[in-house]
Structure formats: structure tokens, C-alpha cells
Design a protein around this ligand. Sequence first.
Ligand SMILES: NC(=O)c1ccc[n+]([C@@H]2O[C@H](COP(=O)([O-])OP(=O)(O)OC[C@H]3O[C@@H](n4cnc5c(N)ncnc54)[C@H](OP(=O)(O)O)[C@@H]3O)[C@@H](O)[C@H]2O)c1
Length: 258
Amino acid sequence: MKLKICVAGITGWVGTPLAKSIMNDPALELVSGVSRSFSEPNFEGVLVYPSVLEAIEQHPVDVLIDYTHAQYVMQHVLTALENKVHVVVGTSGLNGADYNRIEAIASKNKLGVIAAGNFSVTATLLKVLAQKAASVIPNYEIMEYSSAKKADAPNGTSRELANALQHLKKADLITPIEETLGNKESRGATIDGVQVHAVRLPSFSSSNEILFGMEDENLRITQHAGASAQPYITGTLLAAKKVKDTIGLTRGIESLLF
Ligand SMILES: NC(=O)c1ccc[n+]([C@@H]2O[C@H](COP(=O)([O-])OP(=O)(O)OC[C@H]3O[C@@H](n4cnc5c(N)ncnc54)[C@H](OP(=O)(O)O)[C@@H]3O)[C@@H](O)[C@H]2O)c1
């Protein structure tokens, strides 16, 4: 039987090509989409509703995939879980407290949520390689470069990377931030104990970098994604197919890749 999917954010930069990929996947059925401003009854032949609640009440689905906005994603996840729907979260902007809450509710309801700050395969490999390097080199900082219009900062990839590294080994700061002279903010934001620097400029799409420093040598691991949403679609579809077999919150897709 095909897995029934609703895409929240179906008219968006990621949502539109994602919807087309779901329609072309023989294991999946795109049942509905969500967009507040889309005025037609359907988009590319798929029923579109102005809210997640209306979409899943009108046509039950197995999985909600969310690519909307940082401000609304938490409500969408909670609505899905209250209605016994598994969730794949692509939208960035959730923080540690949000994830703890999602984990608790999903586990209680015996539902799966897979959330990745970056569903791309190369970004996932960046995380895996960074974890290996951090287990050897404790001095590291994260840089992320996104488009000038990105609303939230830092991006989901760097938040997730910082979180994964913090669980492995705390980053060492040779000069503590509070002892920095001049503008302390220039040392970036401390996310899960790791310094993260976010750049917002025209012509940048999405690049993520981690820098490791040792005495007289350093290592940089950099991942770049181009202007299309294609890098995120393969991982999102993989997560949509696996999320029904999970319970609670899974962050990142590395456990699905290896
Ligand atoms: N995890 C990853 O790999 C990954 C990759 C790329 C992007 N992202 C993240 O995914 C999110 C979406 O990115 P995007 O570039 O596709 O954004 P976008 O082009 O602005 O599209 C957003 C979509 O969400 C809909 N939307 C916004 N607010 C909504 C609400 N309250 N209820 C229902 N629908 C709503 C919009 O339609 P209406 O305005 O008509 O409602 C639109 O369809 C961002 O947070 C971005 O950072 C994550």
C-alpha cells in the first residue's frame, strides 16, 4: 500500500519540487498540500488547504512533511502528532526546548518524527566527518553562509552540527568569550557550547563549514549546495519512507544512510 503524504509548504521553493518527486515515486501518494495564500483548489492536481489541521482532517495521511516557516513549524508538528500523523520536519528554526517537547509527545503517542536541519547527503556526511574530527581535535568553530533573505539564524544545519558535537565532546575555547576584549558578539553565538558564525549575503545559497585548529595546523571541512532544492529532496523522501518505523524524535538522516 502506498504511503499517504501531505506536504505543508507545497508552493514553496522546496515544497514544489518535493511534491513532484512524491508524485513520481511509486511507493508514495501525495494526498494534499498546505499553503495559506494559494487561491486555487488544487496545485498540480493536488488538493491544497490553508492549514495543516484542515488538510489532515479532510484527508487522513500517514506522514506530514513540513517545509514552511520557522514561526509556524512547531504548531504544525504538534497538530500532526495530536492527529496520529508521523512527521518529517525540514523547516529550520526549532530550538533545543522545542525538540525536547517533540520527543516527549511523539514517544508518548508512539509516533515518529524525523527532523534534519539539512536533508542533503553531503551535509549529512559533513556532520559524520566532523564528529570523527572533533573526537580528536577539541578546538573547533562553525561557519554558515546563507542567502541574504533567510529569516532565521543560524541555519538548521549548524544548530544540528553543534548539537551533535556537544553530545560527543565539548568544544574547548582557549580564550573564554566573557574574557574577550572589544566586541564579544564578534565571536559568534554560542549554540550548545559551540561558537557559530552566520553570514547573510546575496549570491550565497547554503554553505556549511567547520574549522578545527591544532598547534600550527588546521582542518576545514566545507559543504556547498547549489541554487536548486534538489539536494534536500532525496533525504526527505528517504525519511518519509522510514518515519513510520520509528518512535520518538530522530535528528538527522545519518542513521538512515548507513
Ligand atoms: N532541512 C533542509 O534540508 C532544508 C532545506 C531547505 C530549506 N529548509 C527550510 O525549509 C523552510 C522552507 O523553505 P523554502 O525555501 O521552501 O520556503 P518558501 O519558498 O518561503 O516556502 C514556504 C512555503 O510554506 C508555506 N507556508 C508558510 N507559512 C505557512 C503556514 N503558517 N501555514 C501553511 N503554509 C505556510 C508557504 O505558502 P504560503 O505563504 O501561501 O502559506 C510556502 O508554500 C525554511 O525554514 C528553510 O530554512 C530546510
